[in-house]
Design a protein around this ligand. Structure first.
Ligand code: ZN
Ligand code: ZN
Length: 168
């Protein structure tokens, strides 16, 4: 279904399709549809929300279908799972990656706004390096490090003036 998603999402989907093809994997219609829903959403999307939306066009869709699809997208580094929210966000870097690069998920940090639910992905190599160094000092080798920080985004911060300073 062309035109189902925003132009930006359609562009990312085309790139993701090419990346998968290059790796010998296939971004099937189902995988494409779920990736598109995740990329198009303003906030992270949970598996059951995806299932609900999927059922609008695929009545027989069951949870394992969604979970298998999400596993594929995670493996390909096209999405991330935000543990704190049990929800998924699209990875623009993963969707536009060099097709020759390996598909393992990269180190990412997430800033999660507790007010509007928006999540911003950062890829700060310094954060990853500091974490790796501190872990090494503790004799620990990091396999996968995702940092999640919760707070208020700039929009919500400016919308809510600090009331704490006010006294009665
Ligand atoms: Zn990412
Ligand atoms: Zn916010």
């Amino acid at each position: 279904m062309a035109g189902e998603f925003s132009r930006r999402t359609e562009m990312l989907l085309s790139r993701a399709e090419a990346i998968c093809e290059h790796r010998g994997a296939t971004l099937t219609e189902l995988r494409r549809q779920i990736l598109g829903m995740i990329l198009d959403a303003a906030a992270p999307t949970g598996a059951y929300e995806l299932l609900d939306r999927l059922r609008q066009t695929r009545r027989g869709a069951a949870p394992p279908t969604v979970y298998r699809t999400l596993d594929f997208l995670l493996e390909q580094g096209l999405i991330h799972r935000v543990e704190r929210l049990s929800a998924f966000v699209g990875c623009v870097a993963g969707c536009t990656a060099d097709p020759d690069a390996e598909s393992h998920p990269h180190a990412a940090q997430f800033l999660i706004c507790r007010n509007c639910g928006r999540v911003v992905e950062m890829q700060d190599h310094d954060v990853a390096a500091v974490l790796a160094r501190v872990a090494k000092d503790a004799g620990f080798t990091i396999g996968n490090a995702t940092v999640e920080a919760e707070g208020l985004c700039s929009t919500c911060r400016s919308a809510a003036p600090p009331t704490r300073a006010r006294r009665h």
